[in-house]
Design a protein around this ligand. Structure first.
Ligand code: NAP
Ligand code: F7E
Length: 326
């Protein structure tokens, strides 16, 4: 029988990759979309005729219940969030409402409308924040450093709580940073590749960045959505760290990008611009995905250099074709 899935956040980076993966696997895919004054279906334009879009918002309980009624999903992937860490300081209560309480709303809707549905919660390495151990794994204590990180810790524990209280098949993926050509332009990797491509084509001159010394475990989004799906195919619900196991600084990301573009960093890049530094920083993230490898058989495919390369290639292609930014 055809499996049915509901994805919240289908218009985002991960939602679009996950929808592709589920369609390839023969699923009927439903996507929750919120009302915006301008339609922003750019990332799913190529599959829009293959998915059913249902209206709803993570801040509106009734719409979530209605979406579940319509979709009757076997699997629910909760990817919707206010996902930009920087914005979480300027909009902390909105971030809490969407990224934290939104998880409870959706879990509660699942509990009432489709309690046998399997549930995936998009957790984050930002929950580790000021890290208590290196590398970080499923048992590493959380110490979030932003309103976003705090909201994700709430989302994590409410998912565990609904699993333990009501027996829901609910899993937390603790995903480290994952990127690609569909990444939002405000995140540092995409900002770097996009601006470098513009500089290369003579459309810009300078790249202004904040802290160049923070280190992240960066992987490719296309690899990471496979892990989400695998979590929901197991016999038992559980929580998993998903990462590459290697870490690189923002400066290294700039160096490789500029090397690939044949550009001079000294001439074009300004670091430590106060507009892009944060009230509290997460200095170092590096994960250990041995549980996911052992239980799910999951491994990342794209490495750091490969990731920068594929983002840069697509930036140049998109700019030359005059395609719109996400
Ligand atoms: P993204 O590109 O920012 O996408 C976020 C999605 O959430 C968009 O579809 C957005 O819709 C939707 N959304 C935001 N507020 C909403 C609301 N009130 N109601 C309904 N939908 C709403 O994020 P992503 O990178 O794909 O990440 C997916 C999830 O994984 C997020 O929960 C994020 O926090 C988490 N995560 C991401 C990473 C990463 O490195 N990418 C790592 C760990 C965890 P619009 O298109 O209308 O804005
Ligand atoms: O910052 C530094 C910045 O905004 C990475 C989200 O997907 O991953 C993401 O959160 C680092 C930080 O991602 C600029 O200070 C320097 O140290 O790309 P980012 P993030 O904060 O790591 C986690 C796992 C998530 O869950 C989140 O949803 O780069 N940095 N200069 C800069 N960052 C930005 N954005 N812009 C700069 O100019």
């Amino acid at each position: 029988m055809t499996k049915r899935a509901l994805i919240t956040g289908i218009t985002g980076q991960d939602g679009s990759h996950l929808a592709e993966l589920l369609l390839e696997n023969g699923y009927k895919v439903y996507g929750l979309v919120r009302r915006t004054s301008t339609v922003n279906f750019g990332r799913i334009a190529h599959i829009q005729d293959q998915v059913e879009l249902v209206p709803g918002d993570m801040t509106d309980q009734t719409s979530l219940q209605e979406a579940l009624q319509v979709a009757q999903p076997d699997e629910v992937y909760n990817l919707a969030a206010q996902s930009f860490v920087g914005t979480s300081w300027t909009q902390p209560t909105l971030t809490g409402n969407v990224t934290a309480l939104g998880v409870t709303r959706l879990l509660d809707a699942v509990r009432h409308v489709k309690p046998d549905a399997r549930f995936y919660q998009a957790g984050s390495s930002e929950m580790f924040g000021k890290v208590r151990e290196v590398p970080q794994c499923e048992t590493t204590p959380f110490y979030p450093r932003s309103p976003y990180g705090v909201a994700k810790v709430y989302g994590h524990w409410i998912t565990v709580n609904y699993r333990e209280s009501y027996g829901l098949f609910a899993c937390n993926g603790i995903l480290f940073n994952h990127e690609g050509p569909r990444r939002g332009i405000e995140f540092v990797t995409r900002k770097i590749t996009h601006t470098a491509a513009r500089i290369k084509l003579g459309l810009a001159d300078k790249l202004y960045l904040g802290n160049p010394d923070s280190k992240r475990d960066w992987g490719y989004a296309g690899d990471y959505v496979r892990a989400m799906w695998l979590m929901l195919q197991q016999d038992h619900p559980d929580d998993y760290v998903i990462c590459t196991g290697s870490t690189h600084s923002v400066r290294e990301f700039v160096e490789i990008t500029f090397e690939l573009a044949g550009l001079d960093i000294g001439q074009h890049v300004v670091f430590n611009d106060p507009r892009y530094t944060r009230p509290a920083e997460v200095d170092l993230l590096v994960g250990d995905y041995s549980k996911a490898a052992r239980v799910l058989g999951w491994h990342p495919v794209v490495d750091f250099r490969g990731l920068v390369g594929l983002m840069m290639e697509e930036e140049l292609r998109a700019l030359q074709d005059n395609r719109r930014d996400w």
